[in-house]
Design a protein around this ligand. Structure first.
Ligand code: AMP
Ligand code: MG
Length: 489
């Protein structure tokens, strides 16, 4: 298949690692998938001609129907702490790594296909994905990218023509996603739990060379790598909080060491603000609630640090000390970013001490929760109010209007009018709200994809006011509100 190198010039650096890092996969017979969407802008940044992804040859490849001899698709092995309990054997059970693509800037990206059928790691699963969750991941991951959050991205969505059986029968789907890599905390745990230090060393060297090559010149690259991963994770979670995003299933197998948001399952952007807000139907203990995400980030990083202990120093107590001091940076980095982001959202000046700002932000978020405010809408309305103080419509967003004026007066005393641009750049107009995604999915199940296409356009440039998409700004009406989200792929 000489065309393969033309469509996707793939490399296979991960597949050069020892065989115990993955399972090799072969093509399976079945119908050719049909293309639903190609992300032309992303394809171009990867040096791929978007039209070439529409060819029957590309569908043969993406559907896993036939692979050229040079292609080495694999399912990656990993373990993971799921809701606090350790599973030593997970891995790509419904996904595969087709290969890697290196763009003109020399950045390497995984090209990964989710919903591609059973692998040796599927356990009791069917390896498939329903179309709804595929469209959901496509929209939410692209929205996250447009919002400026590090994330895997969607290159294409396809329908498989097969039926996937969950609690009901659904049409099957595939998502082709692109990531800085799919190495997870759980990948390190896989080898650590097997006491395979040789593999741990190889994985660590590979991950550093791929994600933070500048650290290879440092005297203690592994300690620096641990700090690097911790810093990325702390920043990522501060970013999520600032947008009202709840990942929903931040298990260590869903925590990428690159610092990208990965595995969009039962995730959600909050409508009405509450710090303990949870959507995922399986998160009974609210482990992954909005406000618990920083502690979970630290918990996940502690599991990551544990895997590196044998590599950090020969002397166990010395390794522990290095890990401890790296972990101690998480809180400080998180708070610094959280403060910066929320100061920008409220448009309050950085003249006040960090402690005073933090206390004021906390009490203002408490006010927003008490008033049952829509998180995204309130911050954008505040931005409009800051631009035109005579705009009194902000009062409508308070459930108890009597309390509005004292809070607004207090806010005004802290607000710096020079920060309006900052406010605009940190308070999105449009987010992928659950009820809108639900409507897109229901339409797709009826065979209508125009709502999906509208969503892609509406979620582009999310910080810009666009009259045509003003309906995307609205919070859900009572009957539209989505209370729970499901893994469901
Ligand atoms: P998640 O937390 O949803 O990303 O998935 C956790 C683990 O379950 C991963 O190893 C997945 O590959 C696996 N998994 C989830 N759904 C399926 C499925 N339908 N078939 C096979 N494996 C699955
Ligand atoms: Mg996962």
């Amino acid at each position: 298949m000489p065309w393969c190198g033309v469509i996707l010039p793939l490399e296979h650096s991960y597949a050069q690692l020892p065989e115990r890092f993955y399972a090799r996969l072969s093509a399976k017979p079945g119908p050719l998938p049909q293309l639903i969407a190609v992300n032309a802008e992303l394809a171009r940044t990867l040096g791929i001609d978007p039209d070439s992804l529409k060819s029957p040859e590309a569908l043969t490849l993406l559907g896993g129907r036939s692979y050229p001899e040079t292609l080495q698709p694999i399912a990656m092995a990993y373990a993971g702490h799921q809701f606090g309990g350790f599973s030593p054997q997970l891995g790509d059970g419904r996904a595969l790594l087709l290969g890697e693509i290196v763009n003109a800037a020399g950045q390497r990206y995984d090209v990964h296909i989710k919903g591609s059928g059973r692998t040796p790691y599927s356990r009791n699963g069917d390896g498939k994905a329903a179309l709804g969750p595929v469209l959901r991941e496509y929209l939410v991951s692209e929205a996250m990218h447009q919002l400026g959050v590090p994330t895997t991205r969607a290159l294409a969505a396809l329908s498989t023509g097969e039926t996937v059986h969950r609690e009901e029968a659904f049409p099957g789907g595939l998502i082709v996603r692109v990531a800085a890599s799919h190495i997870r905390v759980g990948t390190f745990e896989f080898f650590s739990s097997r006491h395979d230090h040789e593999a741990l060393q190889l994985l660590t060297s590979y991950a550093i060379a791929r994600h933070a090559p500048h650290l290879l010149d440092e005297p203690e690259p592994i300690a620096r790598w641990l700090e690097w991963v911790i810093a990325k994770q702390a920043q990522l979670i501060a970013h999520w909080l600032s947008l009202g995003f709840i990942h929903g299933v931040m298990n260590t197998d869903n925590c990428a060491v690159s610092g990208e948001t990965i595995d969009y399952g039962p995730c959600a952007f909050m409508d009405e603000f509450h710090p303990q807000c949870v959507f995922s139907a399986i998160d009974q203990q609210a482990r992954y609630s909005w406000g618990n995400q920083p502690s979970i980030g630290h918990w996940n990083m502690t599991r990551f640090a544990e895997t590196l202990l044998p590599l950090l120093a020969d002397e166990p107590s010395q390794a522990h000390d290095i890990a401890k001091s790296a972990l101690a940076t998480f809180g400080e980095i998180f708070h610094r970013h959280y403060l910066r982001l929320f100061r920008a959202k409220f448009g309050i000046s950085a003249d006040t001490t960090d402690d005073d700002s933090a206390a004021w932000i906390k009490s203002s978020l408490g006010m927003m929760a008490d008033q049952r405010m829509d998180f995204t809408r309130f911050f954008r309305v505040l931005t409009r109010h800051a631009e035109a103080a005579e705009d009194r419509r902000i009062i409508d967003h308070f459930s108890f209007p009597d309390t509005a004026q004292p809070w607004l007066d207090d806010w005004k005393s802290k607000h710096d009018p020079a920060l309006i641009e900052e406010m605009k750049q940190h308070n999105p107009v449009r987010i992928p709200r659950n009820h809108r995604i639900e409507a897109v999915i229901q339409a797709a199940y009826q065979g209508y994809f125009s709502p999906f296409e509208e969503a892609i356009t509406a979620l582009r440039n999310p910080y810009q006011e666009i009259e045509e998409f003003s309906h995307w700004e609205q919070a859900p009406l009572a009957h539209e509100r989505v209370w729970q989200t499901f893994c469901g792929t």
